[in-house]
Design a protein around this ligand. Structure first.
Ligand code: ADP
Length: 793
């Protein structure tokens, strides 16, 4: 083999070795394995002469027998350094690139191509590849071109270094040898052959003769390669991390299981149970995702930490809510009517209203119907009507009591960031009801209060608003829950106390107080049966006489509804049960005579009205949310200095009302026949009984004035008259509220005549016919008229 490289400087004919997928650059030494006949023939031909061969890449490496047009024009003249025969007729040759050359033409010679080539001068002195310092280079002045050239070279070297760092496949010496190169064209060739570029890119570099352009091209190619490498690295890292995490988790979980097993604990962890449950249960997608997230969190924290409990409670809540559970509603009005009648006597109008309401709901198919609101004193059957509706429509029954709620969190729940946070009443009741469309009773909506912790009214508005309640979000649950299918029923004792915006959305159905006769009916038909049942007794074992029942109603209870009555009956049943068991009696009958044995002494032996006309005692009528009552008002005159003493816990308005009455009396002393200085030597004391109960309002104005006048003049007040009305300084009588319940109380207490403000006359329409039948109503405009009817002639 010749040691020295032969450099061509004129057109020459050389055998061609077509390369597949590789490009050989000048100065680069390379192994090439060959097997095709055209290649072997070309090498053999070259070996017969001066070992020179033309290397040029095929345009398409897959072609076995390329035609001349499929060979790239630009190639490299190389010297064959070594030939080695391999088994199977193939050969390995070692070639060293010398110079670029372009093929002018190709001629088929026997088995190979002969290329007629034009060689280009090598870029460095091939006999001293370090391209160096034989003649120390003459210092040239820095021109912009020179600086540009230098910058480009550095940039390319830098890119190459980056590439080596990322690729880590190239020995350090290669890097050093590249960095040492000063000739830019040569530098490009070196880098292009080290970096594993695509064959096309290498060919492009080979074809560029101008060194600056070659640098620029290489720079772009390298930049792109680096980007790809970087992305690849990121992907690799990510995949690696994921694999590591999965493996680690798996390993830890297995270890945990092993530890549990060793400790003799249940091997299935809480989170495993949750996961299993998650598979089985039918939940909305969003809920599933949230649970999944929480389970993942649960797995990451130690089982003994406080957080575990918090997360498990939350997951339990999410599992237990009736997200998709709907009761199959039966809206058969006949059935509802039958059930309502079966469970309640009387209440005809109320039942009718409820049926109408349900009919409208059925027809409209929309949930935009107003919400039904049952208003009435306690114990008149509001709750039990609502539960009957649920029963009759085959829906579940949910209930939340709003009385005393002042914090919106009681409705909407507390955020989970609070210690001990839980959902609000709405969600809690739905969980208990296990259905998304129950009949939902909101009790005592009039007793909600608001304070600095937020307004519960606003939260209730959202709950009841059909536009908003399909995405009701409890602060604790933090996921929207659909309340739009719920049938809301609201109750209140006092219509006036329901916040206005809520009232506007409701259809008000008023339940009146019961008369004694009605109570008797209810007790006979329902309460006794119910309580016997609770006590495990039969109608044969315990009987109530009608007289006994009447006596319970009259002497043991004083209420608008039948709650107390039911309680008394229940107490009798329990005592009777005890007697029957202990004394082996087979049956008992409760009569008016033995009633005291069961209930003790009667609580209310006489009516609160006076039994004869008195001086200084006048009967007023009061009304509270628990119903109406009569209110005997006392006034006496004492020696003193003109003070007005008021006792019985009177509110401010009531005190002023008494003052106004007194001033009116003073201004009318002549007409009333009083001493003009009556107040200078006397004190007047007004007292309202049941002093422990606060009372307020202007409606006792005329009552207090009448009592004072009676005490001052010594004229008696009729004991069968009750009155209500506000008084002005000039003695006019102004209207008041709650007439219905007030007159009901008067009727219950055997009053015969009711004096009421003229302007309240129109309210008489609403008054119960039975009450109207028994009472005489006297509408008045002035205090004079009051006195005319109230004082004994
Ligand atoms: P509210 O909710 O109005 O305070 P409830 O519904 O709790 O009153 O009624 C108290 C008790 O009286 C219940 O046991 C109920 O069944 C019974 N009750 C009330 N009114 C009637 C009625 N008209 N017929 C039968 N039972 C009644």
């Amino acid at each position: 083999m010749p040691e020295e490289l032969k450099i061509l400087d004129e057109k020459t004919d050389l055998p061609l070795l077509p390369l597949r997928g590789i490009v050989v650059f000048p100065t680069i030494i390379m192994n090439i394995d060959i097997g095709r006949e055209i290649s072997i023939a070309a090498v053999e031909e070259a070996m017969l002469h001066d070992h020179l061969i033309m290397l040029s890449a095929q345009k398409d490496p897959s072609i076995e027998n390329p035609s001349p047009s499929q060979i790239n024009k630009m190639g490299t003249v190389a010297q064959i350094r070594h030939v080695m025969k391999l088994p199977g007729g193939t050969m390995r040759i070692v070639v060293e690139g010398i110079q670029r050359a372009s093929i002018e033409s190709l001629n088929k010679k026997k088995a190979y191509f002969e290329a007629s080539i034009i060689p280009y001068q090598p870029e460095i002195d091939l006999y001293d590849k370090q391209d160096d310092k034989v003649d120390a280079p003459v210092e040239e002045p820095d021109t912009p071109e020179k600086l540009n050239h230098e910058a480009l070279m550095r940039a390319v070297v830098h890119q190459f270094e980056e590439w080596v760092k990322l690729r880590k496949k190239i020995p350090a010496e290669a890097l050093i040898s590249v960095v040492m190169v000063e000739n830019s064209g040569h530098l490009c060739d070196m880098i292009a052959s080290h970096v594993d570029l695509k064959a096309e890119d290498r060919q492009i570099i080979l074809e560029i003769l101008d060194p600056i352009k070659r640098l620029e091209k290489l720079y772009t190619i390298l930049t792109r390669e680096l980007q790809i490498l970087n992305i690849e690295k990121k992907i690799n890292n990510r995949v690696q991390k994921q694999i590591e995490k999965v493996q680690k988790d798996y390993y830890l979980r297995e270890q945990m299981k092993a530890i549990r097993k060793e400790l003799g604990e249940d091997t299935a962890s809480e989170s495993d149970n949750y996961r299993e449950r998650l598979q089985d249960e039918d939940l909305p997608e969003l809920v599933k995702k949230t649970i999944e997230k929480e389970i993942n969190r649960l797995e990451k924290i130690p089982p003994a930490s406080a957080e575990t409990g918090v997360i498990s409670t939350y997951i339990d809540w999410l599992f237990s809510l009736p997200w998709n559970k709907l009761d199959k509603e039966r809206l058969d009005l006949a059935r509802v009517e039958k059930t309502l009648n079966h469970d309640h006597c009387g209440l005809t109008k109320v039942k009718e209203r409820i049926l109408e309401y349900l009919a409208v709901r059925k027809l409209s198919h929309e949930n935009k119907a107003p919400i039904i609101c049952l208003v009435g004193p306690p114990g008149v059957g509001k709750t039990s009507l609502a539960s009957s509706i649920a029963k009759a429509t085959s829906r579940s029954f949910a209930r939340a009591s709003l009385g005393g709620i002042r914090d919106e969190a009681e409705i909407r729940g507390h955020r989970r960031t609070y210690v001990g946070a839980l959902p609000g009443q709405i969600i809690t009741a739905l969980r208990r009801a296990k259905s998304r469309n129950p009949v939902f009773l909101l009790d005592e909506i009039d007793k909600m209060a608001s304070d600095f912790r937020g307004d519960p009214t606003a939260a209730m508005l959202e709950v009841l608003d059909p536009e908003q309640n399909s995405t009701f979000t409890d602060h604790y649950i933090e996921l929207p829950f659909d309340l739009s299918q719920v049938l809301w029923i609201v109750t209140a004792n006092d219509l006036g106390a329901i916040p206005r915006p809520l009232r506007d959305r409701m259809e008000i159905v008023e339940l009146p107080s019961y008369t004694a006769e009605e109570k008797f009916e209810i007790a006979k038909k329902h309460l006794i049966k119910k309580q016997l049942n609770y006590a495990g007794l039969t109608g044969v074992q315990l009987k109530f006489s009608s007289d006994a029942l009447k006596k319970i109603i009259e002497n043991y209870t004083r209420e608008s509804g039948v709650r107390e009555l039911e309680r008394k009956i229940s107490s009798i049943c329990r005592k009777a049960a005890k007697q029957i068991v202990e004394e082996k009696q087979s049956s008992l009958k409760i009569t008016a005579k033995n009633l005291a044995d069961f209930l003790g002494r009667p609580l209310y032996t006489h009516t609160r009205a006076e039994d004869k006309p008195q001086i200084g005692v006048c009967t007023g009528m009061a009304w509270t949310s628990v119903g109406g009552d009569i209110l005997p008002t006392e006034a006496i005159i004492l020696k003193g200095k003109g003070h007005l003493i008021l006792t019985g816990q009177l509110g401010k308005v009531m005190q002023e009302s008494a003052q106004a009455g007194l001033s009116y009396i003073r201004s009318r002393y002549k007409e009333l026949g009083l001493d003009p200085k009556f107040y200078e030597k006397n004190d007047i004391h007004i007292h309202l009984p049941e002093g422990a109960i606060p009372k307020d309002g202007p409606s006792a104005g005329i009552t207090m004035a009448t009592a004072m006048i009676s005490a001052l003049t010594g004229r008696k007040v009729r004991n069968d008259v009750a009155m209500t009305g506000e008084i002005t300084l000039r003695g006019r009588v102004l209207p008041i509220g709650g007439l219905k319940e007030k007159t009901f109380a008067a009727y219950r207490e055997n009053i015969s005549t009711v004096i009421l403000p003229k302007e309240n006359e129109r309210d008489l329409e609403d008054i119960d016919p039975k009450v109207k039948e028994h009472l005489i109503f006297i509408p008045v405009e002035t205090m004079d008229e009051v006195l005319e009817h109230a004082l004994v002639k």
